[in-house]
Design a protein around this ligand. Structure first.
Ligand code: GDP
Ligand code: MG
Length: 193
């Protein structure tokens, strides 16, 4: 079983953040894609936090991520992605600087019923110069927009990738991450400062 003869290079480990507003599907995405049991810190939304968190549109949601979701996906023998879901609530913003340290890129998940919930994450990454892709999580009862309409509504840079996805579907999430990785490679090879 153990292979000590081959000198395969170690895969690059890349840290990716999974961000977006409250209830957009961050925990769902990390869970559906991770090949290790996702480490998750969810707590029941208490009576107390229902007054604090904006639950309109996500009334069915009974747990909330208080720290982070963590998962891993092996893309191929050269590349392993470590996924860090960010907490969606404003009161956990102090964690974002720590979480962003060492990250190569981010996925910002957006819900077309509440696009404005993802503005803060986009703003944070734009200000930090961290490359990101926007993944529109297509909930069944959400208005359907084209990726161009979403790009306009979010006032994104013309080459920031926007993809439609289903956060519950592994191959759909993998497609999002591949799009981000390709974008990171293009950025790294064209913006030699
Ligand atoms: N119908 C549908 N429900 C989803 C989808 N993604 C997430 N959900 C549900 O939406 C709720 C919020 O998702 P969650 O991943 O906890 O959001 P988070 O706050 O961003 O981590 C959960 O009840 C999920 O099961 C989706 O693509 N379609
Ligand atoms: Mg969550």
């Amino acid at each position: 079983m153990s292979d000590t003869t081959s000198a395969a290079p170690l895969a690059a480990s890349v840290k990716i953040l999974i961000a977006g507003g409250f209830g957009v599907g961050k925990t769902t995405m990390v869970s559906s894609i991770s090949e290790i049991a996702p480490l998750r810190t969810e707590e029941l939304i208490t009576e107390l936090s229902t007054g604090v968190d904006d639950l309109s549109g996500v009334e069915g949601k009974t747990t909330t991520t208080v720290a982070l979701d963590f998962g891993r996906i092996t893309i191929d023998e050269n590349l392993v992605l470590y996924l860090f879901g960010t907490p969606g609530q404003d009161r956990f913003w102090f964690l974002w600087d720590e979480l962003a340290r060492g990250a190569l890129g981010a996925v910002v998940i957006a819900d077309t019923r509440r696009l404005e919930n993802s503005f803060a994450a986009i703003d944070f990454f734009e200000r930090r110069g961290l490359s990101f892709a926007v993944a529109v999580n297509c909930f069944e009862n959400a208005p359907v927009y084209t990726t161009e309409e979403v790009r306009d509504a979010l006032d994104l840079d013309p080459h920031a990738p926007v993809v439609l996805c289903d956060a519950r579907d592994r191959s759909s999430c993998k497609n999002v991450l591949m799009t981000l990785v390709e974008h990171l490679i293009v950025r790294a090879t064209t913006s030699v400062a």
